[in-house]
Design a protein around this ligand. Structure first.
Ligand code: BGC
Length: 773
């Protein structure tokens, strides 16, 4: 591996000169060399000008710095690092402050390992519950993804380590991910798939953005000037570097021309030579290569400026391994979602008689497979941690595996588990998706838990109905049958290296669960929005559900769900009162008083959804626009404020190709989930002028709605009362006739006999109206 950053005088001196000046000193070959990797994880140095190499490494929920020469697939051993909860868990925390702290810890570990850029966070939208990489993504909602993604980037970059916001864009499946074209209409593209990226870029300026493998509307994202230059840079103001996903470059010259700055990993010099040749033969303007090289130099400068003297890796004192493990445990505890708790089966008393069943309790599944695989500094199992808590009260906790590592069962394992279950008051049954089914690189086939586990669950429930199911899964599983069989379900996702302790703490009430679903759990796979066209065919996947992703879909179709978006129970209860909302130039501010009405301290996630009845554009019945996690002591009341930014009220208007806030009275729903709305208020919001000129093609309805032309046309038509026999008079007098004519382009109506205005007058009217509007 190439030697990377060293705080030598040479490296520090690169800060003395603007990047453009350094680039001006480079040869064509040197410039090209800066825009691709030296190997799997490092850039190339240019020692002549004191430019060191820097290291980029996965990410996102831990530092995966490989020890030996890289193999990319994660087979080579990586240095131990804290395995924080993957995004599926962190997303459920709904806690930006927590993600920022995790980001800080990731930054500290990156610093200790000499890593300049950590490859994350991944904030792609969970379009289908089948996506094999959903465990690495935050939510089905762009506000949740954008707010939480921003927090992680903020924390990481506060430590002088760069983020790599990925995978830009529309990488929502793993099937054929290297080639497939995500075919998405402009509104869902902007409002759902790009919105989170826009927020993170505008608010945090990640050092790098990683373009995805796939095509977007037919064009590889690595060579899409619209995506990388027009949208990312010109519209959003991104001033960092675009790095390719590892192996995402199709045609390097086209890519650089489109705004791709750095190809990773190395291409053994082949594509650098292509760039040099393209400049020499005039097919690539040298200034374009200069820009990419300048951005590469600027990235190195940021890394040099941010670099702290390393005191050695984790166990040698580079960071506080214990404190990071504790943070991983806290984060896991805040991410667990208590889905069901009938009859208050949970929390358990410390001295309760419990039996733990399921191999996953002993051998935890705590992260997903692929490039994000972290080598943890330590690993807690739920079984050990349950025994610690129960043991302190003198309770013994019997265990039966129930099934093997592969998720398969046997008569013997079942019999042993049933025996243990029968002897206990409460059974803690650990079920989950086997590791082999969830990974980067392929999608899942279904949402089912292994048949052997479901059969085991039936046998256990028959022996002891007081059964609590604890789940380990990166993507959601179908729970519609299980939820009817057991009184309590704890959604334990993949919780990172300290998840075992967090699960035990939630089960015994040491931690009051406060996670909420950042994605809907449907009743059936067939109900899910992308069901009919996921994962596409012949190189294309059509996003036919349009805007209706996640809860937007289930709500619009009025579909029953197993557990709705935003859902999550607590061991206490919360009441909402006195909601109010005010509009200002920068958006609307919602205030609501939340009271912890139960007997325990706890945290509530207050969710704010909006809708606009009578909107002129298609909208979901409700859309999340803001949220706040508030910690309340038992009995405590607090006024919670949630600000909804004006830009988050906007929709993408395809007539003018920009964001527009539609004026009107917005309904603001405040609730504990998308299906548990507690208070509703409304607020008038001024709209943005669309600035669409009237033409002869404009309809009578559009003209009448126009502030200048409307009243004039109204008056002209009002001349007749119908009794005079004129067409105009008849129109005004008969409401259904008028409604019918409202869709008529004015240019065509103007030629009709009996009209009060002729074509010429209409043209004049339009000119006046357009000039004044
Ligand atoms: C993944 C990225 C990852 C990169 C480097 C790719 O296969 O899609 O998320 O950062 O490899 O390991």
């Amino acid at each position: 591996m190439t030697d990377t950053l060293n705080p030598t005088d040479a490296a520090a001196s690169v800060l003395d000169r603007p990047a453009a000046e350094i680039v001006a000193d480079l040869t064509l070959e040197e410039k090209a060399s800066l825009t691709s990797g030296a190997d799997f994880w490092t850039t190339k140095p240019v020692e002549r000008v004191g430019l060191p190499a820097i290291m980029l490494t996965d990410g996102p929920h831990g530092v995966r710095k490989q020890r030996e020469d890289s193999d990319h697939l994660g087979l080579a051993d990586s240095v131990p690092a804290t395995c924080f909860p993957p995004a599926v868990a962190l997303g459920s925390s709904f806690d930006p402050g927590l993600l920022e702290r995790v980001g800080i810890a990731l930054g500290e570990e990156s610093q200790a390992e000499g890593v300049a850029v950590l490859l994350g966070p991944g904030i792609n939208i969970k379009r289908s519950p089948l996506c094999g990489r959903n465990f690495e993504y935050l939510s089905e909602d762009p506000i949740v993804s954008g707010v939480l993604g921003s927090a992680l980037v903020r924390g990481l970059q506060s430590q002088g380590v760069g983020a790599s916001l990925k995978h830009f864009a529309a990488n929502n499946q793993e099937s054929d991910r290297m080639r497939v074209s995500a075919d998405i209409d402009p509104r869902p593209l902007r409002e759902i798939y790009l919105r989170g990226f826009q927020r993170v870029v505008e608010s945090e300026q990640p050092w790098t953005v990683m373009c995805s493998y796939n095509r977007l509307n037919g064009v590889y994202t690595s060579e899409d000037p619209w995506l990388l230059n027009s949208v990312l840079r010109d519209e959003w103001g991104f001033d960092g570097l675009v790095v390719s996903d590892w192996g995402a470059v199709n045609d390097r010259v086209t890519g650089v021309a489109a705004g791709l700055d750095l190809e990773m990993p190395a291409s053994q010099g082949r594509t650098d030579a292509e760039l040099v040749a393209a400049v020499r033969n005039g097919s690539l303007d040298e200034s374009v290569l200069d820009t990419a090289a300048r951005r590469a130099v600027e990235l190195v400068q940021k890394a040099v400026a941010g670099q702290r003297p390393s005191t050695g890796s984790g166990n040698e004192g580079g960071y506080d391994v214990d404190a990071h493990h504790a943070l991983a445990r806290e984060a896991a505890g805040a991410s667990i979602v208590l889905l069901k708790n009938e009859g208050a089966v949970l929390p358990l008393a410390r001295d309760a008689s419990v039996a733990v069943i399921g191999e996953l309790a002993r051998t935890p599944r705590y992260q997903g497979a692929g490039s994000s695989l972290i080598n943890p500094t330590r690993l807690d199992s739920a079984l050990d941690e349950i025994r610690v808590l129960a043991g302190a009260a003198g309770a013994e906790v019997p265990f039966a595996a129930g099934y093997g590592d592969d998720g398969e069962g046997s008569d013997e394992l079942t019999a042993e588990a049933v025996a243990a279950a029968s002897d206990a008051d409460t059974v803690l049954l650990f079920l989950g998706v086997p590791a082999a089914q969830e990974s980067e690189g392929f999608d899942r086939d279904d949402l089912e838990l292994p048949a052997a586990q479901l059969a085991l669950a039936e046998a256990i429930v028959a022996a002891n109905p007081r059964t609590v199911v604890v789940l380990s899964n990166g993507g959601v599983v179908r729970l519609s049958t299980l939820a009817e069989q057991v009184p309590a379900i704890v959604e334990g996702w993949l919780l990172g290296q300290a998840g075992g302790g967090a699960v035990a703490e939630v089960l015994y009430g040491v931690v009051n669960p406060s996670g909420r679903l950042a994605e809907t759990i449907p009743v059936r796979l067939a109900d899910s929005p992308a069901y009919l066209d996921f994962p596409g065919e012949h190189g294309h996947v059509r996003y036919g559900e349009g805007l209706f992703v996640g809860y937007r879909w289930y709500d619009a179709r009025e579909l029953e769900v197993s557990f709705p978006f935003g859902h999550g129970l607590s061991y206490t209860s919360f009441e909402y009162a006195d909601a109010s909302v005010v509009a200002a130039a920068d958006g609307v501010t919602v205030r609501i008083t939340v009271t912890n009405t139960g007997g325990r301290d706890g945290a509530e996630v207050v969710q704010v959804y909006t809708s606009l009845p009578g909107s002129t554009v298609t909208r979901a019945p409700r859309e999340l626009k803001g949220f706040a996690k508030v910690v309340l002591a038992a009995g405590e009341s607090r006024e919670v404020e949630v600000h909804v930014r004006r830009e988050d009220l906007a929709y993408w208007d395809t007539r003018v190709d920009r964001w527009l806030v539609e004026g009107g009275t917005y309904i603001v729903e405040i609730g504990a989930s998308s299906r548990d709305i507690r208070q509703t208020v409304s607020v008038a919001v001024d709209g943005d002028a669309a600035g669409i000129p009237l033409t002869m093609e404009s309809s009578i309805g559009e003209i009448l709605a126009h502030p200048v032309a409307g009243p004039i046309v109204q008056q002209a038509f009002a001349g007749g009362d119908g009794a005079d026999g004129s067409t105009a008079g008849a129109l005004m007098a008969d409401p259904s006739m008028f409604k019918m004519m409202a869709s008529f382009p004015i240019g065509r109506l103007a030629s009709f006999p009996g009209m009060p205005v002729g074509r010429e007058q209409v043209e004049q009217l339009l000119a006046v109206a357009n000039a004044q509007a």
